[in-house]
Design a protein around this ligand. Sequence first.
Ligand code: KG4
Ligand code: ZN
Length: 342
Amino acid sequence: MRVLGIETSCDETGVAIYDSEAGLLAHALHSQVELHAAYGGVVPELASRDHVRKVLPLIRQLFDDAGIEAGSLGGIAYTAGPGLVGALMVGAAVGRSLAWSWGLPAVAVHHMEGHLLAPMLEARPPEFPFVAMLVSGGHTQLVEVTDIGHYRLLGDSLDDAAGEAFDKTAKLLGLPYPGGPELAKLAQSGDPSRYRFPRPMTDRPGLDFSFSGLKTFALNTLTEAKEKEGQALSHQTMADIARAFEDAVVDTLKIKCRRAVRETGIKTLIMAGGVSANRRLRQQVSEMMEKEGGEAFYPRPEFCTDNGAMIAFAGCQRLQAGLAEPLGIKVSPRWSMETLAF
Ligand code: KG4
Ligand code: ZN
């Protein structure tokens, strides 16, 4: 079965065609980074309007790149939540309308299920069961995955998600949006021994996360450094703070992943979502899993952040299982992944 996937939940317009026999045929992405950069973060109304402008030209380009006709499709999948409601509505309306006009079934896909299944697009996919560490701009979740659609939430963020903490701390450091990758770049020249940030909630049992305190810790560290060095901090001091922050997030995620793997007895771990593009995180978690006698799997970096390929893949699994919804256009800005069993 061949499926067109459409992702418009936040600030990327992503489209892709996945074929259950041949794999990923083509994917295309338009990032809105430049559009939102001047505001230091995503402006929801601008995001929706840009999705409206970009989604159909991107789909046309996708068919050209794949060298296929719409007639060969077996269905359409679109992200229906969680996300920004106006942005979600664009993908849902386009997906359902194309499905209606082409006489195809359409299926609503959960954005985090898309991220969770993204490692399965790779040449050597992980096998079930696995523990999934989802780290994006809006979510930090540990999930036990026994099969597609069978998800048990093991841990969740109590406040800021990991990506959100990266973005807010990057802003404090005066780095441009989107902060996560910029902070990671700055941290590369940082000295890991100069500052030490706490590893929140690792000293007590449980698999939940709390990252908002790290942002405050970064602010206090910055303020103290400015008292010593003056308002214009040296590049080295900024890099040292970035490194200490990154090490704290990476270490905390690693500790919780190890705990989840030990508690469930599952030796396969996957990491997905924007923050899983972080090089230090991937390296640390892979080493940890090796020591545990297991293995960690990730999507390629471009499929860690939002993309259409993961939605086409997740939608294809659901459509092949016979799932599709009536024509009403419905999105869910808040949506629990534990309701997804089929
Ligand atoms: O999955 P994603 O593209 O969108 C959401 O579903 O939220 O994740 C975006 C998040 C942002 O917070 C971004 O700063 C973060 O992922 N991110 C990174 C890196 N690349 C993206 N954080 C740390 N290091 C990176 N290399
Ligand atoms: Zn995402």
